[in-house]
Design a protein around this ligand. Structure first.
Ligand code: F0G
Length: 470
């Protein structure tokens, strides 16, 4: 692997720079655009390859190599990110790889959801099964490896909780120090506990995620600290690899639809980049539609597209919102990567939808009832899928993969409040349709508190079991 094999290309003005020449905020000094990592074999938006002497990696050889590495005992081969390292040559020396054996996440079928929606295939790629419980690990292994190779001693991020948990863990593995800015009181406890457990300097700011980003930007401008939010394009190189793993799990069949939650709006574009690279290299014959779903209370992309007449083109500026959703992971009003998200929607032919709090809770309970579970932000995928099916955008024969981004244990308070019937206000409960009320009632499983007396317990269980069989 050689650093010289990659460059950074501004997604706005197309300027190309060496990776080592990037500034501390990972933005183009000319136009403030974000960067993509490109390689000699990458395709450019006009379909050209950047270097005339670039040889495309051989698709069959790659498939074989990636399969072979599965049997290796080397940590770089056991990592579900670095196993695909031929398509992310971002570091010079593999000894700098920082890995917790991320990736290798399961692809589950969701038979009940498929049946309820009248679809043949609904699958869930569970990125919550990563070492720190979210998809962020696939990005952090990549970016922390670069930080280590470039000699950084400190890394930092602003986060709604998962980025910080992942960064803290990978920084600790790398022997680097980390600083986390999180919005006070607005992240799930499981995530807050992780950044402390992994030894980060955890700073709770009395603001929201967007306010945390402002402070972080000032910090990295003044000190030699590597910024690890998703504007860092190296993170996205790791986050593109679940696309490779997914099609490999499907024996190189390409699903028609991928559905992701949208927060800071980087992950959808990372996956789209992965699919497009595979397509360009002849590993797959077409790319799936990548759709992005936002919570209605944190919907700047959805709103900006809607106010632009539904078109993804020529949106001059994003309309930021004051974000508010119980899906705290995606409580973001002014997402950095919105232009990259639009590009992903445009190039793959996907859609952007919004879903309401009650719809998120129902979808989360449904995913839980399949024995899988996820955090609230991940459940927007199923809630969004229901909308896309109802709009006739997804047909029965089409294969859908939901990207479940976080583990259910990340936010157990939400789950407990839901099952106890304490999640919503009276007003919100009243907004739930009759048919959804029935679904909620069947899914809610509040704990029963009883005296420790066998007869009492048996009587209660008997009546509960009758209810189940009724
Ligand atoms: N799902 C989960 C569980 C997340 O934690 C996030 C983002 C997203 C979806 C959205 O991904 O930002 O690429 O659109 N969490 C960030 C964080 C912002 O700080 O943990 P995105």
């Amino acid at each position: 692997m050689k650093v010289a094999t990659h460059q950074l290309r501004c997604t706005e003005c197309g300027a190309r720079i060496a990776g080592s020449a990037v500034n501390s905020i990972f933005r183009c000094p000319t136009c403030n655009g974000l960067y993509d990592v490109i390689y000699p074999w990458s395709s450019l938006p006009n379909g050209d390859t950047p270097a005339s002497d670039s040889k495309l990696p051989n698709a069959s050889a790659l498939r074989w190599l990636w399969q072979e590495r599965r049997t290796s005992t080397l940590s770089v081969d056991q990592s579900g990110v670095w196993r695909f390292r031929d398509l992310l040559p971002i570091i010079d020396d593999l000894d700098h790889v920082v890995t917790l054996r991320e990736g290798n996440t399961p692809l589950y079928d969701l038979p009940r959801a498929s049946k309820a929606l009248g679809l043949n295939w609904v699958l869930a790629k569970h990125q919550g099964m990563n070492p720190t419980g979210s998809f962020k690990d696939t990005g952090m292994t990549a970016a922390l490896s670069v930080a280590r190779e470039r000699g950084f001693e400190w890394v930092a991020c602003a986060s709604t909780g998962n980025t910080s948990a992942a960064m803290a863990a990978y920084a600790a593995r790398a022997g680097l120090r980390s600083i986390v800015f999180i919005p006070e009181g607005k992240i799930a406890w499981g995530k807050l506990s992780q950044s402390m457990d992994y030894g980060a300097l955890t700073v709770q700011l009395k603001t929201d995620f967007d306010g945390c980003v402002n402070v972080l930007t000032d910090l990295v401008n003044r000190f030699p600290i590597m910024l690890l939010n998703s504007v860092n394009p190296y993170r996205l190189e790791g986050q593109k690899t679940p696309a490779f793993e997914l099609v490999e799990q499907l024996e190189w069949q390409v699903p028609e639809h991928i559905i992701v939650p949208g927060g800071n709006l980087a992950n959808g574009s990372a996956l789209a980049k992965g699919f497009s690279e595979m397509h360009h290299l002849g590993l797959i014959s077409r790319v799936p539609k990548v759709s992005i779903i936002q919570a209605e209370g944190a919907n700047p992309l959805y709103r900006s597209i809607t106010e632009n007449g539904g078109s993804f083109d020529n949106i001059p500026e994003l309309i930021p919102v004051k974000a508010n959703t119980r899906a705290t992971a995606i409580r973001i009003g002014n997402p950095a990567s919105w232009r990259k998200a639009l590009r992903a929607l445009r190039t793959t032919g996907g859609w952007c939808e919004q879903v309401f709090e009650q719809e998120i809770a129902l979808a989360k309970a449904e995913i839980g009832s399949e024995g899988i579970g996820c955090e609230p932000a991940s459940a927007v995928t199923l809630a969004g899928l229901k909308k896309l099916v109802a709009q006739g955008k997804i047909g029965a024969e089409e294969r859908v993969v939901l990207i479940l981004t976080g583990h259910t244990l990340k936010d157990s308070n939400y789950t407990i409040d839901y099952h106890r019937g304490e999640l919503f206000t009276e007003e919100e409960n009243a907004q739930i349709s009759g048919s959804d009320q029935i679904l909620h009632a069947a899914l809610r499983k509040p704990p029963i508190v009883l005296e420790p007396d066998t007869d009492t317990v048996f009587r209660e269980l008997e009546s509960q079991m009758k209810l189940v069989h009724a």
